[in-house]
Design a protein around this ligand. Structure first.
Ligand SMILES: Cc1ncc(COP(=O)(O)O)c(C=O)c1O
Length: 425
């Protein structure tokens, strides 16, 4: 086993790739985001050093897990220490529930999250991830045998399997609406769902952004369609919150959930669920503790799962603050810019097959692509071995590259260089 110091030496021993921004190591310890220079690429280059990923490595796997900035990691670590140092000072009497992790309503954090996605704090419940949130909705809704739930054929298991259980246990009918792999405009998807709806359709449950190809679905139109038919809409925003500026009210959905440990850059093991106030009573709690029947504080009722790691919540709070300081629109603009830049570059390389649509409304920061005759695993390894660029193999034929605020144009140019050279070989 390596001790921490050896591990650190080993990490820094990885040679810096050619695209690495030199001279910025010192800036890593720099202060808050507002103090960074505001001019274009150099602002984002400084941003890079708010993160702990060593110089010389380019991280493009936010679709799996986001990187947390130092300020978030510190918030978690400091709170963990505070908890352990002050345990004996706490009065655990029943009228002091605020000390008990998992039993407090966490109103300040829920308000912050509510502001972030544009709703009221009573409409936000904390979960440990998107999977838990979607199961709370699928399990909590009363549905009868023969009722239909419309999903896509591109669900992540975390967005789908709760409905599979519902199907097997209660005879609910799960209908997959296919999304063409070469979808070229958003209304195509809306028409597909419209055609699939029947009088038995009770729920529409779709991702905001698909996990594999990064297709941005026209969720506002889909929710409008659901509403016009009296169908409950629930959106899996695991890949969207922190990548796009999400406004749940504007989308018009009944429920929306996410995993902030991806694009919102929160510590791993955080999630939240929005349920519109007017439909909250339709959802039974799956996990119950003392406040399971407390309807005064909205979603606190669905947050009854006992003791949890409160330090992760302090990290989530710090992550929301961090993203807010940069600005949700500015983040989305940057993510879209990088995604478009990559797709344009890939489109010019002979032999490259893009699986993510190029229509600007159907794509954002995730790009999935491959090279004819090269497996996803091979391309993933070439990118890492040649330039220390971390993408994720996606199926047999391609890789998924997720662009976030810690990525740069220089890293994308390096990516294109490797892809060009592999495609030529
Ligand atoms: C669209 C989508 N939904 C749900 C999930 C599950 O997320 P988690 O494992 O954080 O619950 C993922 C994870 O990649 C995802 O991409």
């Amino acid at each position: 086993m390596l001790d921490r110091r050896q591990c650190f030496r080993r990490l820094v021993a990885i040679p810096a790739a050619a695209w690495a921004v030199s001279g910025l190591q010192a800036a890593r310890a720099a202060g808050v985001v507002q103090e960074l220079p505001q001019d274009g690429e150099s602002y984002w280059n400084h941003m890079r050093w708010q993160f702990l990923i060593p110089e010389g490595q380019a991280y493009f796997n936010t679709g799996t897990l986001g990187a947390s900035p130092r300020i978030v990691v510190d918030a978690v670590a400091e709170h963990l220490r505070y908890v352990e140092e002050s345990l004996a000072l706490w009065d655990f009497s029943a009228d002091q529930p605020e000390r008990l992790a998992g039993y407090r309503p966490e109103k300040d954090l829920r308000r912050k999250l509510a502001d972030f996605v544009h709703c009221d704090l009573e409409e936000i419940g904390l979960t440990i991830n998107a999977t838990m949130a979607m199961n709370l909705v699928a399990n909590g809704l009363d549905l009868q045998k023969g009722d239909e739930v419309l999903i896509t054929d591109k669900e992540h298991p975390g967005g789908r399997c709760g409905w599979d259980v519902k199907q097997q246990r209660y005879g609910v009918v799960l209908k997959e609406v296919p999304i063409a792999t070469d979808v070229s405009e958003p209304d195509e998807i809306v028409r597909q769902f419209e055609a699939a709806m029947t009088t038995r359709t009770k729920v529409l449950a779709v991702p905001h952004i698909t996990s594999g190809q990064g297709i941005v679905l026209p969720v506002k139109k889909l929710c409008g369609l659901a509403k016009s038919r009296g169908v409950f809409s629930v959106i899996d925003g695991a890949q969207a919150v922190g990548q796009l500026h999400v406004n749940v009210r504007d989308l018009g959905c009944d429920a929306y959930f996410t995993s902030p440990h991806k694009w919102l850059l929160a510590p791993k093991g955080n999630g939240f669920l929005y349920v519109r106030r007017e439909v909250q009573d339709r959802i039974w709690p799956t996990l119950a503790s003392s406040q399971w029947n407390n309807h005064k504080d909205g979603m606190f009722r669905l947050q009854q799962y006992g003791t949890l790691n409160q330090s992760l919540l302090r990290g989530l709070e710090a992550a929301v603050d961090f993203m807010d300081r940069i600005g949700r629109d500015r983040v989305e603009e940057r993510v879209r810019f990088l995604g478009d830049y990559l797709r344009r570059g890939l489109g010019r390389i002979p032999g490259v097959v893009l699986s993510t649509p190029v229509h600007p409304a159907l794509a954002a920061g995730i790009t999935t692509y491959g090279i004819k005759g090269v497996t996803g695993r091979q391309l993933q390894d070439e990118l890492w071995n040649r330039k220390k660029i971390r993408v994720r193999a996606s199926g047999n034929t391609g890789v998924r590259q997720s662009c976030h605020i810690y990525n740069s144009v220089a890293e994308l140019d390096a990516t294109l260089e490797v892809v060009k050279s592999v495609a030529r070989a």
